[in-house]
Ligand binder design. Structure first.
Ligand code: PLP
Length: 397
């Protein structure tokens, strides 16, 4: 952060900054803040930050080409960290400078994938007054559910939402201008303590970082092409498919890479028992529409219960569609009028084609598709363009 800002300062300030920056360099392990234990050092740091703040106007933006944003990592200024031991509760989290964290080689998360993640977006309000996040309590509750499955202590809903708000505010210059994207917020919960034999870790870390993002798929808002994956399954009955555990995601990479190599956007997984009921894509839920009926696979423990999925079900019902959560077979899919995917990252993505056993099935993707209406209704609420009658959004300012 210090280095990035050199050019904005007078040469005297720059030299001063360079001194401090060099002084800090070897110690950037766990966020540079933690190093500043002596009073003098902390005085220097505070003086430094004060310099930044006074020179930076309230609505200054980070140096980002907002029109070129994709869904990639852009490092921001701060992250939030809170720790606790195995039988304790989380307390006293705080913001740190964004940077590498230090972990024991035998940390539970590194050896046994004892970890969870969440994902949410903060939008800048059109009138420029503050930011909106969407149903953060739902993410907090999902993390609590997951932490139970993964034998980890979890932050309370209040702690989770507080940490997310703090992270957004501390990185507010990285929230894209209205209409250009969002600040993607990524909470992590991990077994950070050392462990050798398979067992829960002795210490846990809750960490929240953020990055500005544009569209998830390289297609942008254009319809996507999926391929049904029959050899690999992302989830099994009794497994962890319904939990946002980090353990579920790298096993998906191989199928995803193969699909991408063949020109598909993503894979669509089917159930591991009968190989015929739709589950979801690698990071989003799936819906099909036939006439006035919208159907989505029922979440029976093998599918991630998306917050976008739940919101779209409610919105679609209000718009007059009949929505069914049920077993959705590949035949139902082939017979559908329209198909779309939902998730925080992808929002509502229309599906152009599905490929199954080498056969390609095309779907209506015109201006008149229902998924467009749903996309609009949802994002209008998320971005604060319409009144939020459901109380789904949380304002941060
Ligand atoms: C995160 C995720 C989703 C979408 O969940 P949202 O709460 O809508 O963001 C769907 N499927 C998988 C596998 C996911 O990891």
């Amino acid at each position: 952060m210090f280095k990035r800002s050199f050019s904005q300062h007078s040469s005297t300030t720059s030299i001063f900054m360079k001194l401090i920056s060099d002084f800090m360099k070897p110690h950037r392990g766990l966020g540079s803040c933690s190093f500043f234990t002596s009073r003098a050092a902390s005085y220097l740091q505070n003086a430094c930050e004060a310099t930044f703040d006074s020179e930076r106007s309230e609505d200054e933006y980070a140096d980002v080409e907002w029109d070129k944003l994709s869904f990639g990592l852009v490092e921001t200024d701060y992250m939030y960290i809170m720790k606790c031991s195995q039988d304790d509760e989380f307390s006293h989290g705080h913001l740190n400078k964004y940077g590498n964290i230090e972990l024991s080689p035998s940390a539970g998360v590194l050896n046994y994938a004892q970890g969870l993640f969440e994902g949410m977006k903060a939008y800048r309000k059109v009138n420029g007054n503050g930011f909106l996040i969407f149903r953060p309590e739902e993410n907090a509750r999902r993390m609590q559910m997951g932490s139970d499955r993964m034998c980890m202590p979890s932050p309370s809903v209040e702690q989770f939402v507080h940490a997310v708000k703090q992270t957004v505010l501390a990185n507010k210059r990285w929230v894209p201008p209205a209409g250009k994207g969002a600040l993607y917020v990524r909470p992590l919960l991990m077994g950070s303590g050392p462990v050798l034999g398979l067992a829960p870790a002795s210490e846990y870390m809750f960490l929240v970082y953020a990055a500005p993002v544009g569209n998830y798929f390289k297609e942008g808002l254009a319809p996507i092409n999926l391929v049904i994956q029959e050899e690999n399954h992302r989830s099994t009955p009794g497994g962890t498919g319904a939990v946002k555990t980090i353990a579920n995601y790298s096993p998906v990479l191989k199928a995803q890479m193969q699909a991408k190599k063949k020109g598909f956007t993503d894979v669509l997984f089917v159930d591991s028992v009968e190989n015929k009921y739709l589950e979801e894509a690698s990071c989003c839920n799936i819906f099909i529409r036939k006439n006035n009926v919208i159907s989505t696979p029922i979440t029976g423990g093998t599918i991630l219960q998306g917050i976008t999925r739940g919101s779209i079900i409610e919105i679609a019902r209000e718009l007059g569609y009949q929505v069914e959560e049920r077993l959705v077979s590949v035949e139902d899919l082939i017979d559908a009028d329209e198909v779309f995917c939902t998730g925080t990252a992808v929002v509502v993505a229309p599906v152009n084609s599905i490929t199954y056993k080498g056969q390609r099935y095309k779907y209506n993707c015109g201006e008149d598709v229902v998924s467009r209406k749903l996309y609009r209704s949802l994002t209008d609420i998320q971005m604060g363009l319409v009144e939020d009658k459901k109380g789904w959004t949380v304002q941060i300012d």
